[in-house]
Design a protein around this ligand. Structure first.
Ligand code: ATP
Ligand code: MG
Length: 416
């Protein structure tokens, strides 16, 4: 609040008016905390942000072309934008931008509940600016677009509408619902990156399965890829994914579960359509490849080393997704064993140690290290001393065999 007051004071000195806008206003009215502060300046956000960054020694990131600035101060970030007017040349195109008033800036927004501002100027500090009746829509639980061409201008708003509807347990205002259904086709005008970004935002929600199922019900998912589904299975597996202990990769796991019922071919279309990163594409491909190898894994008498060799080539995210999705308790046990233990198993002896024991560098050493690793996986050796003993045995054995091979080779050699 102190930082906001400083900015407001500096804006007044520069003769600019400043407002809090968007999600933070909506969340304040709903009584939810919000740490994302978006400010709009009638004038020039860049000049203002530069001055504030100097005063407060805050970090500053400027986008002069868009007239926006990001201020980082302690652990807060604050976005400052120059109020602007937008027009769309054609559906899905990036908008043409010109400076404008706060009302213009609110009019370019997606829904009435996101199109409110609060003045931060001294003379009307705290006054709500609500030209599209967002406060009333919040009270009645409605997601409403601001004009009939809204989804045509930008069809990502279709995904956004459902995200807010499901996050807050709201409904689509009837005319909005009608236009949303009419404009589903226009998702084809949106780039893969933008669609993927909106899906990622959905996957960051507390319960993304609600949005996924609703998008399926409306036929939106099918427009992105005809094989995509939302159903009880998605809901169940998404819930299980959230219960996993390590959740740093949760978004990727959701993606892998989302494509779980697709054929390889449909997945390739999905990857191209959404322009997914190499890493995520690999995780999704591995998910389907691993699912195909279930017949080999569904064997209770596999040794740990066999489990290791079957699973070591897959992205961990794909293993986790399959752990959630798989019905077989045998396979789940193998996956769990690999993820929690086997993948971390390392031999205590390394190349240098083997050299000291008299193993020459080269393929022989590689071979011995591999056998040691296998023995460790299967619990046949546990200490460094065990490994040394085994290594010496193997070395002696290989020398013996090498000697025998040379002998027998000379015996069978044709006479010169
Ligand atoms: P939250 O971050 O809680 O989902 P938010 O309202 O902060 O909600 P952001 O995605 O951070 O949402 O966007 C900030 C604001 O920018 C929104 O409140 C909305 O007014 C506007 N906005 C974002 N995307 C669009 C869009 N595609 N069309 C119109 N306005 C948009
Ligand atoms: Mg936000």
């Amino acid at each position: 609040m102190n930082l906001v007051k400083d900015i407001s004071g500096e804006a007044a000195r520069q003769g600019q008016r400043i407002y809090l806008v968007g999600g933070v206003v909506r969340d304040m009215l709903l009584g939810y905390p919000s740490l994302d502060l978006d400010l709009v300046v009638e004038g020039d956000a860049v000049t203002l942000a530069k001055r504030v960054a100097e005063m407060r020694q805050a970090k500053l990131l400027l986008h002069r072309r868009f007239g926006t600035a990001k201020l980082r101060y302690e652990n807060f970030t604050l976005d400052l934008a120059t109020a602007r007017k937008e027009t769309y040349a054609k559906p899905g195109a990036l908008p043409t931008v010109a400076p404008g008033t706060v009302e213009d800036d609110l009019f370019r927004r997606d829904f009435s509940i996101n199109a409110m501002a609060i003045s931060l100027a001294a003379k009307d500090y705290g006054e709500l600016i609500d030209p599209y009746h967002g406060e009333s829509d919040l009270k009645h639980g409605l997601v409403r677009i601001l004009h009939p061409k809204s989804f045509t201008d930008d069809a990502t708003r279709i995904l956004r509408a459902i995200r807010y509807e499901q996050r807050f347990g709201f409904e689509l205002e009837p005319q909005t619902a009608k236009l949303l259904k009419r404009d589903i086709l226009l998702l084809d005008t949106i780039s893969g990156d933008r669609i993927r970004h909106e899906l990622e935002l959905i996957f960051r929600e507390e319960r993304p399965e609600l949005s996924i199922n609703r998008l399926a019900e409306l036929g939106v998912l099918q427009r992105i890829n005809p094989a995509l589904k939302g159903n009880g299975w998605i809901a169940e597996t998404f819930k299980k994914a959230r219960r996993l202990k390590s959740t740093t990769q949760l978004t990727s796991i959701y993606f892998c579960l989302f494509i779980y019922s697709l054929s390889q071919r449909d997945l390739e279309h999905f990857i191209v359509r959404l322009n997914t990163s190499a890493k995520l594409s690999q995780a999704m491909r591995d998910t389907l490849r691993l699912k195909k190898s279930f017949p080999f894994l569904d064997n209770p008498s596999l040794k740990p080393s066999e489990v290791y060799y079957l699973l070591s080539e897959y992205e961990p995210v794909a293993l986790q997704a399959n752990l959630i999705a798989c019905d077989s308790s045998v396979i789940r046990r193998h996956l769990q064993l690999f993820l929690t233990k086997l993948r971390y198993v390392k031999t205590s002896l390394h190349g240098e140690d083997l050299k000291r024991l008299g193993v020459p560098a080269g393929p022989k050493m590689g071979n011995i290290l591999q056998i040691l690793h296998k023995a460790k996986l299967d619990g046949e050796v546990s200490t460094k001393a065990d490994e040394s003993r085994l290594a010496l045995c193997l070395l002696a054995d290989q020398k013996g065999r090498g000697g025998r091979r040379r002998q027998s080779a000379s015996k069978n050699a044709p006479p010169r």
